[in-house]
Design a protein around this ligand. Structure first.
Ligand code: MG
Length: 158
């Protein structure tokens, strides 16, 4: 068996009048994240980590942000497509470990639903998915509530 790891990172700024979607879960908040798609920063980091592990490029190559076909796109659908692409190369998705850096809102109450949603999109079940949430201690763009960023590490095996 051969194992390969991948890392992913993404960041989106907050904007008025947008829904806040993280890990495919809608979270009540006074603002959402700005982006061409639904701006689900956590799913984007995981998608990039999967593509990186399989050396299949990055999210922007597969779903260009200037392509009208992906305006407002459901990132769960994009993640499912990427998981299918990775599996078509003979890989199984073994684990995902992700961190969301976010000053507000508090994400703890939503982590279980995010793990369910991501595990369902990837076909792994929630036990293979770890989602952690932390603040940036008030520092920088995430710490002052201007943006949310996410990091992900994945392991795939063949
Ligand atoms: Mg993104």
């Amino acid at each position: 068996m051969s194992a390969r790891s991948g890392i992913g990172y993404d960041s989106h700024r907050f904007a008025e009048g947008r829904r806040l979607l993280l890990g495919g879960v809608e979270i009540p908040h006074d603002r959402g994240l700005l982006g061409h798609s639904d701006a689900d920063v956590l799913l984007h980091a995981i998608a990039d980590a999967l593509l990186g592990a399989a050396a299949l490029g990055d999210l922007g190559t597969h779903f260009p942000s200037d392509d009208p076909a992906f305006a407002g796109a459901d990132s769960l659908r994009l993640l499912r497509e990427i998981a299918t692409h990775v599996r078509s190369r003979g890989y199984a998705i073994s684990s995902v470990d992700a961190t969301v850096v976010c000053e507000a809102p508090r994400l703890g109450p939503y982590v279980a639903r995010m793990r369910e949603s991501i595990g369902s999109a990837l076909g792994t079940g929630p036990e293979a998915i770890s989602v952690k949430a932390k603040t940036n201690e008030g520092l920088g763009d995430t710490g002052t509530g201007q943006a949310i960023s996410a990091l992900a590490a994945v392991l795939i095996t063949r």
